[in-house]
Design a protein. Structure first.
Length: 232
């Protein structure tokens, strides 16, 4: 899943007119999971396990929960390619079975990638947010009181039903919030990132990028980090 390079080049200007910079995110194919891609009118693609439509509302089901979107924002659905795993040769009864090895505990970066996949977002994109927010530090606390890897404010974490001091919950909630913001702003990554930093109220008030130096710097740094990680 990659962001369009021509749009990324324009976001550096940070003008309010950057609303034209509608950056389409398209998820990578994750093997062994049957599902579909929801194609939005903006070009945004998000992976879902399935969908249901009730009137003018479409419910998108995925491992992280359910999201409702207006049907007017969805242009169609694409079936996900399922990669069939190669059969492993059968082990004879006489073979010596090795002792099971306990899986190693995941570090913050690996947890971010796993959360991104569960939410149908590009791992490199969510990694870039975590890198700029906290440098992947679970113990990070901002001057304003934001906590953890994804720098969640206590009130935001409570709304999302997460304990911001718990690294796994912090990362899952922050990733879920990113997904919800992308859906709310119809795939406009600039607005979604600005809302993650400054709040939805500020983005809605200014109908785009708020005139805050911190927020403009933040959006640029995240997109720069995503480009360096391989995003286009």
């Amino acid at each position: 899943m990659r962001l369009h390079g021509r749009c990324l080049a324009r976001v550096i200007s940070y003008e309010m007119k950057c609303a034209f910079c509608l950056l389409a995110l398209a998820v990578a194919v994750f093997p062994a999971f049957g599902g579909e891609y929801v194609v939005f009118s903006s070009g945004l693609k998000l992976r879902a396990d399935r969908h249901e439509q009730s009137g003018d509302v479409i419910r998108l089901f995925y491992s992280g929960g359910v999201t409702e979107v207006p049907s007017t924002l969805v242009s169609g659905f694409e079936e996900e390619e399922v990669v069939t795993p190669v059969p492993v040769a059968a082990v004879t009864q006489s073979a010596v079975q090795p002792e099971p090895v306990a899986p190693a505990a995941l570090g913050p970066k690996e947890m971010v990638r796993a959360a991104a996949r569960r939410s149908g977002l590009p791992p490199e994109f969510v990694e870039s947010v975590a890198q700029i927010e906290s440098g992947f530090r679970p113990d990070a606390i901002s001057p304003k009181g934001a906590l953890g890897v994804m720098q969640l404010m206590p009130g935001t974490a409570k709304t999302l039903g997460a304990d911001p001091h718990d690294t796994a919950q912090n990362i899952d909630a922050g990733t879920q919030l990113l997904r919800e913001l992308l859906l709310k702003y119809d795939g406009d990554v600039v607005k979604a990132l600005a809302a993650y930093n400054a709040g939805e109220g500020a983005v809605d008030k200014y109908q785009g990028m708020p005139p805050y130096n911190e927020t403009r710097w933040y959006v640029k740094k995240v997109i720069d980090a995503y480009q360096k990680a391989g995003g286009q």
